[in-house]
Design a protein around this ligand. Sequence first.
Ligand code: NOJ
Ligand code: CA
Length: 666
Amino acid sequence: MLQYSYGNEEYFVSFFGDLFKKNKTDAIYEIKSPNGRVVVTFILDRGQISYFVKKDERLVLRQSRLGIALKDSSPLADGFSVVRAYSKSFDETWKAYWGEQHIIRNNYNETAIYLEEVDKPNRLLTMRFRAYDDGIAFRYEIPAQPEMKNMVIADELTEFAVDVNSRSWSIPAYQPDRYEYSYTEKPVSQLTDSVHTPLTIDVGATYVSIHEAALYNYGGMTLKMNGAALKADITPLSDGMRAYVELPFSTPWRTIIMGHDDLDLTSSRMILNLNDPPRDDFSWVEPTKFLGIWWAMYVGEWTWAPGERHGATTEHAMQYIDACKNLGIPGLLIEGWNDGWEGDWLENGEHNKFMESTPDFDMKIVSDYGRANGVEIIGHHETVGFIDNYEKQMEEAYRFYKDHGVRYIKSGYAGSKMTINGRREFHHSQLGVLHYQKALELAAKYGIMLDVHEPIKGTGIERTWPNLMTREGARGQEYEGGALSPSHACYLPFTRLLAGGMDYTPGILDVSNFSKRMATTITRQLAYYVTIYSSMQMAADRPQIYETSYPDLFEFIRDVPLRWERSIPLVGEIGKCFVVARQEWDGSNWYVGGVTNEEGRKIELYIDFLEPGVNYIAKIYRDSEDAHYRDHQLGYVIEEKLIRNGDHIEMYMAPGGGFAMKLKKQ
Ligand code: NOJ
Ligand code: CA
C-alpha cells in the first residue's frame, strides 16, 4: 500500500488503486477478492471499528460492529487510530494428505490494519482481513504490548448484520447433546437463542455460511440475535468468561463463505485454506475403512458392559477379524473392552480405566491375531467427558495402544458437559478446545490417527494436523430408530459438512431391523459413502449382514474410496436433496452419490466431468420405483450402463432414498 501525506492528513492508495483518506481516527479499507466480486470493507469511524461485506455490488452484511470486551478494562472496540496498514496478495496451490480435493488453490488478498488507542493506555490491536473469491475472513490479533500482558475476554462484540428476514438453517447451541440435533429453518430474527456454526443463511441472490477457522485456545463461536443484528456468542467458561489468554494472541478467523446458491457453498475450501500447512511430515497418515464391535450393541444383541451378552470378548473380536479379512475391510473398531462400562456408564465415567480390560478380553491375543491376518485394530477411548480422569491416563493409554500396534483411536466425549479442573465446562469452551488440541497433538506424537466423537467442531485444523482423520459432531446414524428424518442427511452437506468430514457411521443394510429401524431405503446407505465425506469410514453393520444378506450391495462399500482427487456437486437444495460426483484420488474412476428427503424425485444428471471420448461402465445401485423409506426399504436395483461424457441420465430416488454409482473407465 502506498502512502501519501498532505499536511497532517494521510492518504492510502490500496493495492487495487483506490484512494482512501486517512486521518487519525477515520479510515476505510476495501479488501477485494482476486476476481473483484467479493469485497469486505473495514471502517474506522471516529475511532470505532466495524466492517461490511458486498458481493457483486450487493450488500451481504451491512455495517457490523467489531470489538472485544475485556473483564478488567474497557473494550477494544473504539478510541482507535490507524498506525499503518499492509496489503498483500497470496496465491499458492497445496496438496492435501486426504480429503474431498487433492490439490487446493489458496488465493486471496489480505489487508492488516494496525490500530492503536488514541488515549492511554494506548493499547494495540490488529485487524486482519482476507477476501477470497468464495468468501471473506477476518480475525483480531492482539500484539504483545507494554501495557497489557494477558487478557480476560468477557465477550466478543463481532456482529454479522445480515438482513434479519433471511431464512437460516441451524441447530441449537448449549444443549445436552452438543451438536447432535436436527436442523430447523428460521428467519434470522428468530435466532434469539444461540445456534451453532456453520450457520447457513439465504440472504437473497447469495447463500452464506458463517463459521470460524483455526479454532485454538478460545471458546467456540455460537451466534444469536442481539438487538437488530446477529452477534458472536463465544461459548463461556463456567465462570462466565469467554477466554483467558496471554499476548500475543489471535482469535480464530471469523469466516463468511458465499455462494451463488446453496450448492455452490459445498465447493468452498476456504476453511482449510485459512489454516496453516502442517509443521511436520504427516505422510504416515492413512485413511481406512473399518467394521466394528458396535452396531450389535445398538440393536441390542450385545452389550458394552461385561456380562452374558458382552460384545467385546476375545472370541467375538477374533470372529470379526476373520470377517474383516473375508470382506476385505482393513480395520476393526472394538468398543467396550476396557473397564468402565458397567452399570450406568454415562454416570460412572469418572473412574474409566483405559488400559484395563474386562476378564473376557485380551488385547494382546486380539491385536496379535489382527496383525497375523492383516487387520488393524481401531482402539476406543470413551472419556464420557471426564477430562481430569482421561488426561491423567491419556499418554500412557496412547502408548498402550501403540505397543499393541494400534494406530487409530476413536475417542468419545459423551455427556452434556465436561469435567475439567473439577468444574463442569461446555465441550465448546476454551478449556474443551484446549483438551481436544492436547489429545490431537499427543496422538500425533505417538503416530496415532483420531476419529473424534462428540468433538469440537471442525474449523479446518486437519490441514495442520492431518492425523485428525474425521469427527462426528452432528446427529449421525446412531440416532436412527426414531430420531432421524430423511431430510437430515440433505441438510448436512449445506451446513455441518462445510466444517469438514464426518463419521456418520454409514452402511447399515439391515434397514428394517425391528429395534433400530432406519428412515432410509437400503441403497441410500451406499450413497452416504459419497455424499458424507470422511477419511475413516465405517462399514457400520454386523459382518453377517454383508457376508450373507447383501454381498451384492457390500461390494460398493468395499470399493468406494476414502479420499478424492476432486468433487463436483451436481444437484442440491438444502434439506431436500444432494448429489455429488467425486473422482478417485490419483485415479480415473468416478463415483456419484445422491440422497433425497421424504419426497421421491427424479433428477437429471448432466455428465460433463468424464474424460471425453472414453467409455465408462456405470454400475448403479438405485431404489426401485416402488421403494419407500417407510414401508418398502428393500426395493433396490443394481444395473450396468455405458456412459460417456456429454450424456444425460435420469435417476430416480424414492422417498427417503438415494443412489450410488461407480463409473469405471473401460
Ligand atoms: C457415542 C458415539 O457417537 C458412539 O459411536 C459410541 O458408540 C458411544 N458414544 C459410546 O462410546
Ligand atoms: Ca455421538
